[in-house]
Design a protein around this ligand. Sequence first.
Ligand SMILES: C[S@@+](CC[C@H](N)C(=O)[O-])C[C@H]1O[C@@H](n2cnc3c(N)ncnc32)[C@H](O)[C@@H]1O
Length: 399
Amino acid sequence: MAELAKLTATVAHLEQIVHDDGLCDRLHEGLVADAQLRHRVEEALRRANLRLQGAGSISESLATTGFDLAIAHIGCQLNIWTTLVIQAPTAVEADALAATAGVDGALMLRLLRYGAAHDMVKQVDRTTFRASKGTERLAKPSVKDAILVSVDMLAPMALSFPAYLESIKRAEPDDPNNTAWTFSIGKGQDMFAYMAARPLYADAFNRHMTFLQENTVPWLHNFPLEQYMDVNKTEDRRVQFCDVAGGNGHQALNVVQKYPTLEGRVVVQDRPDMTFTQHTGVEHVSFDLFQPNPTKGARVYYLRHILHDWPDEQGRTILTHLRAVMENDSVIIVNEMVIRDVDTRHYSTSFDISMAMGFAAKERTDHEWSALFTSAGLKRVDLVEYDPRGMSLQVLTPQ
Ligand SMILES: C[S@@+](CC[C@H](N)C(=O)[O-])C[C@H]1O[C@@H](n2cnc3c(N)ncnc32)[C@H](O)[C@@H]1O
């Protein structure tokens, strides 16, 4: 069959990529610079793999879904990835790694063999391993943070989702006080309050939120934010940019860095129990999303990954509080996913389901966003998709 011959040639090309580190690195660099192509490659490889699998393969991959996460986490806990990266390019005997980590030698060999089959390490011979690109990635603090949050928080929450849905009689989740999270790990406490009481997770989560932007096209690259702020005005202490529930302020920092002549104030608001990173040029203000906003008349109120954490009723309250403190020339800029109605993708639908689990909230379609804004007395005057995975900027003014 001609199609099989074609597939054989495609697979041979992919195998060549997999086995040639230099080629892999060059392609990786190219994809970092081309987000559209990177997204197409990710989707095409993932979907082709799913489409070509038989029922047996699908049940095997579903049955082993959590294994990569578990082994990646064990590797972090035992410092396997960092040790291999420090030793690189020298290869290390499994026994030596086992002795350093205080683990049984035979077990270490099996963990490393799994790692080699899943691109976490490179196997040199029967008992020797060295760092690969995959090991370097696993050794990055940001990846370690994501693994920790996933193992201790997200994965257990996801596995409780079926039982939780039964407990709410299969309704669409819409109560932020009763979510798969509060039902399982949170034991009644919402995720933000849970993390605020546990700095290990709050810090990892905040660093993860900062890291998220590394995998998307930076929103400030092509967006003319200067149209909405007074970037060159002197002696004006008006708030120019207010990052509403901005976490540790990394987005506001990007604004200060992009507009060094910005004279007005840049403010980051978040919960009083949230620990902030101090950034030069960025002020911190404690606030509550559900109380009147203390920062009046800012030029820009910016919300990234906030409204997707809340159902419509709470989203409307958040926007109404902002609407109440806007001046005639103020805008709200919402940096969120606009999820497609059809031809949906892995990234956006995964986020959507995780919002349902964690917060009884959702990623919204174009239509759902418009309805939410209108219900809060706002109108959308611009919509720019800046990332191929659907991340978009929506500019709102009072109606
Ligand atoms: C998903 S994070 C997004 C953080 C930041 N905007 C970003 O894009 O990295 C949600 C933020 O909302 C804050 N938050 C949650 N509930 C809040 C409340 N009731 N009042 C103020 N901030 C809140 C959290 O502390 C957290 O920093």
